[in-house]
Design a protein around this ligand. Structure first.
Ligand SMILES: Nc1ncnc2c1ncn2[C@@H]1O[C@H](COP(=O)(O)OP(=O)(O)OP(=O)(O)O)[C@@H](O)[C@H]1O
Length: 310
């Protein structure tokens, strides 16, 4: 269990994390989402004792990280996959971690095997590792002490589709073993598949702490309607608007409706005797729900095509 209680971090006049109170429970994958600059990394750094909170607490199994007696056995984390010495091999890096934490060296081969790094890859110096290999090595390091609590910052960064699927399965199995799995990502479709629970923040504040399905369901569903009868479609549009839905006419024969359900649109079309060639619901996605949820808290908004946010 990771417990955040009123967790706050200020950097000068910037409030990076603003009174976050959340329980990250064992036995499930909790996704940690927020726009760029929302405060995810700062929160994770405070959990690991790398940043000192301005106020509040971050606890692991009831204790602050620096109070953990055997930290690698109690919490594993991947924050920065590039944090490996350039001339040291992955295996040497893990062996050093194991030795300084009283972990048997055979455990190094076990975790290398778990993350799919073979002897050749594990023997390469850090500077020659690809981002994907670095991520796998970082995950291996997090698993080394077999801890009940795991935290990963952007673990799929740099991984190819196979690697992304592998991380998803790994997170799932770690949670199924009863561990606490707290993971941040910018990939909404991936999070929708991986996370059971979502913690969403914007400008350091908690925006949502709910099951993934519930967060997704909060997003607007758009209903597309096509009809070969433009007049009938106009009547349908007028009736939908009168009932509070929002209607955009994409074309003479097509509408996009929000603020109602596909069932309701179909029923109304039937009542009005309007023939439909298409009635489909779109956009019940985490991507859409996330955009709506965080609309007021993005630091730098991109253009209409959705450019980089900072
Ligand atoms: N060491 C620091 N000094 C000053 N400001 C900082 C520092 N670290 C973070 N910040 C600021 O705190 C805010 C939160 O940053 P943080 O990196 O935690 O966000 P994030 O959600 O991890 O963003 P991203 O998704 O871009 O990684 C930002 O406004 C950032 O500029």
């Amino acid at each position: 269990m990771i417990t955040l209680r009123g967790l706050t971090k200020r950097f000068g006049s910037t409030v990076a994390v603003d009174a976050l109170t959340v329980d990250i429970a064992p036995g499930r994958v909790t996704g940690f989402l927020g726009p760029n600059g929302a405060g995810k990394s700062t929160t994770m750094r405070m959990v690991l004792g790398l940043d000192r909170p301005t106020a509040g607490q971050a606890l692991i199994g009831g204790r602050a990280y620096r109070e953990l007696r055997r930290p690698l056995h109690e919490m594993g984390a991947l924050l920065d996959a590039r944090a490996i010495h350039p001339s040291r091999s992955g295996r040497a890096h893990l062996r050093a971690m194991a030795q300084s934490n009283g972990i048997p060296l055979r455990r190094v081969d076990e975790v290398l095997d778990t993350v799919g790094l073979d002897a050749r890859a594990a023997g390469k110096p850090g500077r020659t590792l690809s981002l994907g290999m670095g991520q796998r090595l970082g995950i291996a390091g997090a698993l080394l002490g077999d801890p009940p609590v795991l935290m990963f910052d952007e673990p799929v960064n740099g991984l190819d589709p196979d690697g992304v699927r592998w991380v998803r399965q790994l997170m799932r199995s770690l949670a199924d073993q009863g561990r606490t799995v707290f993971v941040s990502s910018h990939l909404m479709s991936e999070m929708q598949l991986t996370a059971d629970q979502l913690v969403v923040i914007g400008r350091g504040r908690l925006l949502a702490d709910a099951p993934t399905a519930e967060v997704v369901a909060r997003g607007t569903v758009a209903v597309r309607v096509r009809s070969p009868q433009p007049d009938g479609l106009a009547t349908l549009a007028a009736r939908l608007t009168a009932t509070g839905a929002t209607v955009e006419a994409a074309d003479r024969d097509e509408l996009t409706v929000t603020g109602t359900s596909a069932d309701r649109v179909g029923d109304l079309a039937y009542e009005l005797g309007v023939r439909l060639h298409e009635l489909s619901a779109h956009g019940a996605s985490l991507e859409r729900a996330f955009m709506e949820l965080t609309a007021g808290s993005v630091e730098y908004a991109g253009g209409p095509t959705g450019g980089e946010r900072r």
